[in-house]
Design a protein around this ligand. Structure first.
Ligand code: 3PG
Length: 306
C-alpha cells in the first residue's frame, strides 16, 4: 500500500520526514512529489498510489480519474475547493480534510497583516493601533474563532457572523454575535474573511456589502480569492480612498490593484497562511494518521464527500 505526498508548495522538511516515518513504520510505502510545475506530474504520481496527500494542489477530474488504485485523498488543510468531489465520489474515492490543524498559523497571519497595514507597512510613518477598533469575523470556524481570540488580546472589540453557528456558541467565547453579514460589515472597520469558497460564496463579497463598512475600512482575506468580486472591489477602492485590502491570496487582478492603489493593498507573494513548521507538522501528521486509520479501521471521521 502506497501513500504519496504531492505538493507544489512543500511542507516543512520535518513534516515530510514525519509522514514518511509514520507511513513506513506502519508498513506503507512512501512517495514524494514536490514543487512540480506540470499537472501531468501529478497525474503520473496518482496513477501509482493508494493514498494521496495534497495541499492546495488541484485534484481535478482528470487527476482523480487517473488514480487506478487510488482510494483516499487527504487535503492537509481546511478548504477542499481544490478537489473535484463529484469525480472522487463517482470513483468511490474517500476525500478528507484535516480541520483545525493549520488554523493557528492562518489566524496569526491575519492579525500580522492587520498590524503591518495599521503601521503603514513599517515605512516609518505614524500609524494606528488595533486596540479599540471593531473587528468583524465573517464565519466563525476554526480560523475565525482563533482570530477573534487573538484580537481580543489586542484590545479589539470583536463581532462575528456565521450563518451556520448558533449565536450562543459565539457569545460563549465572549464575542458579540450578529444576525447578518450586512450588520457585521456596517459596524466593523476591520473585517476578516473566513468563509469557504463554494457555489454560495463565490463572488459574494461585492460592492454592495463592502460599501457598508465605516470610514477607514480594511478587508482582510486569508480565506479564498474566489469569494471576492474583484471588479466590484476595484470600483469600491476607486470610489473610497479610505478602503484597504490585505490578502494572503493574490487576486487575479493583482497588477491592477497594485498599480492603482499601491499604498492600500498588500498581497503575500505566495499563499502562506498555513506555511509554518507547526501547521505543516500538525496537518501532515493528521493526514497520514487519517489515511492509516482509514485503511486499518475503516475510519471515515473526516470524510467530506459523504
Ligand atoms: C487551508 O485551506 O487549509 C489553507 O488555505 C492552507 O492552504 P495551503 O495548504 O495550500 O497553504
Amino acid at each position: 500500500m502506497k501513500i504519496t505526498v504531492a505538493t507544489v508548495k512543500p511542507f516543512a522538511p520535518e513534516a515530510v520526514r514525519k509522514i514518511k516515518e509514520t507511513a513506513e513504520d506502519t508498513g506503507y510505502e512512501f512517495a514524494l512529489l514536490e514543487k512540480y510545475e506540470n499537472q501531468k506530474d501529478l497525474i503520473e504520481a496518482v496513477k501509482n498510489t493508494d493514498a494521496l496527500i495534497i495541499r492546495s494542489d488541484k485534484a481535478t477530474r482528470e487527476v482523480i480519474e487517473s488514480g487506478n488504485r487510488l482510494k483516499i485523498i487527504v487535503r492537509a488543510g481546511a478548504g477542499y475547493d481544490n478537489i473535484d468531489l463529484a469525480a472522487a465520489t463517482e470513483k468511490g474515492i474517500v476525500v478528507m480534510n484535516t480541520p483545525g490543524q493549520n488554523s493557528n498559523a492562518v489566524a496569526e497571519l491575519a492579525l500580522g497583516m492587520m498590524v503591518y497595514n495599521a503601521r503603514n507597512k513599517f515605512n516609518g510613518k505614524s500609524g494606528t493601533e488595533l486596540k479599540g477598533k471593531k473587528l468583524g469575523i465573517h464565519a466563525y470556524g476554526n480560523v475565525g474563532k482563533l482570530v477573534a481570540n487573538i484580537a481580543k488580546g489586542f484590545g479589539m472589540e470583536v463581532f462575528a457572523f456565521d450563518a451556520f453557528v448558533p449565536k450562543e456558541v459565539i457569545e460563549a467565547d465572549g464575542i458579540k454575535a450578529l444576525d447578518s453579514a450586512d450588520e457585521l460589515y456596517s459596524i466593523c472597520q476591520y473585517v476578516s474573511l473566513h468563509i469557504p469558497a463554494n457555489e454560495d460564496t463565490k463572488q459574494s463579497i461585492d460592492y454592495e456589502i463592502l460599501s457598508k463598512m465605516p470610514d477607514g475600512a480594511t478587508l482582510v482575506n486569508t480565506a479564498r480569492k474566489e469569494v471576492i468580486n474583484e471588479d466590484e472591489l476595484l470600483k469600491l477602492m476607486q470610489d473610497r480612498s479610505d478602503f484597504k485590502y490585505l490578502s494572503d491570496i493574490a487576486p487575479d487582478k493583482k497588477e491592477e490593484f497594485e498599480e492603482k492603489f499601491p499604498e492600500r493593498v498588500f498581497f503575500t507573494p505566495k499563499k502562506m497562511g498555513a506555511q509554518t513548521v507547526e501547521a505543516n507538522l500538525n496537518a501532515a501528521v493528521a493526514s497520514v494518521k487519517q489515511i492509516i486509520n482509514f485503511f486499518e479501521n475503516g475510519d471515515t471521521t473526516f470524510q467530506v464527500n459523504k
